[in-house]
Design a protein around this ligand. Structure first.
Ligand SMILES: [Cu+2]
Length: 119
């Protein structure tokens, strides 16, 4: 194969790679509703949802919340169990507390990454 033949042969492959890269960027932007550019999930500002603490499981780093709609995940309001990013977050809440919280998918699991008191 001479140089010209090699370049012609490579071009379609590069186009496919570029298309995949573009699709990946588009997906990242579609899922990050508040951040214009794709960035690490932990640092991306997540939308805060309303919730009420129903149960705290410090041993397993889990919290049961009655939550309002989670727009990021297309989820209506319900009561469900979440993992928490930091077990220490559970020290700052009590059953019955009304909170605002942020959820992100961490290793495929919905995880509460931020808890704030509801004002
Ligand atoms: Cu839910």
């Amino acid at each position: 194969m001479n140089d010209i033949q090699r370049r012609i042969h490579l071009r379609p492959c590069l186009a496919v790679v570029a298309a995949f890269a573009f699709a990946g960027m588009a997906n990242a932007q579609a899922s990050a509703t508040t951040a214009p550019a794709a960035s690490a999930p932990i640092t991306a500002p997540a939308e805060l949802a309303d919730g009420e603490v129903r149960k705290i499981d410090k041993d397993n780093a889990k919290i049961t919340l009655k939550h309002g709609p989670l727009k990021n995940f297309d989820m209506p309001g319900m009561t469900m169990v979440f993992g928490v990013g930091e077990p220490a977050m559970l020290d700052r809440v009590q059953v019955g507390d009304k909170i605002r919280f942020a959820v992100e998918k961490v290793n495929g699991k919905l995880t509460v990454v931020r808890i704030e008191p509801q004002s």
